[in-house]
Design a protein around this ligand. Structure first.
Ligand code: ZN
Ligand code: ZN
Length: 184
């Protein structure tokens, strides 16, 4: 059972990480996993970047074994190693403004106010991700143990407009600037 990198022979496969099509001829990562519905195994396809963020262990294993020339290898490895070091990072499934004030933050258990930024979480189970609640954007450091989340938020927030993406960047930066500076 070993994972693969290959060029997508068609544009029909969908990435399990972001739910978008993988273009024909694009490099894709195949995670081999036991088939939960029967015998044998199945291959789960990902954009390499999505796998680095959401399936770090199998991706690292595959990078260590492949002879393919994987573009951006160092960046992928770095992202995947972060996801192994900070165990909750691979749960990040993007960011959005809360459409209502109903959901509670998985970290502080306080409600997330309508129209404020929240981070979507998803959990990997038997070959698929399923929704697992939200955390306040401001609770990211406390919940994930690291601030290094913006790239992941943007990657899995393809539905946001350019101006919303910019607002999200600002929200992350403003929050950082608001903290007391480290002692040097
Ligand atoms: Zn993807
Ligand atoms: Zn919170």
């Amino acid at each position: 059972m070993s994972h693969v990198f290959e060029l997508a022979p068609s544009g029909r496969s969908k990435c399990r990480g972001c739910d978008r099509a993988i273009a024909r001829g694009e490099l894709r990562f195949g995670e081999r996993a036991p088939n939960p519905f029967g015998q044998g195994e199945m291959t789960l396809w990902f954009h390499p970047e999505c796998a680095a963020y959401k399936r770090p262990e199998p991706l690292l294993q595959a990078l260590g074994e492949t002879i393919e020339n994987v573009p951006d290898r160092e960046r992928l490895e770095h992202a995947a190693r972060n996801g192994v070091a900070y165990r909750r990072l691979p749960r990040i499934d993007g960011a959005e403004r809360a459409p209502s004030g109903q959901a509670k933050c998985r970290h502080c258990h306080e409600p997330i106010a309508r129209d404020t930024w929240r981070i979507r979480l998803a959990y990997w189970e038997e070959g698929r991700f399923s929704g697992g609640g939200y955390v306040h954007l401001e609770c990211r450091k406390a919940y994930f143990d690291t601030d290094d989340v913006l790239d992941r938020l943007l990657r899995f927030s393809a539905d946001l407009s350019d101006s919303e993406r910019e607002a999200l960047r600002h929200a992350c930066a403003a929050d950082l600037a608001g903290r007391s500076p480290p002692q040097s």
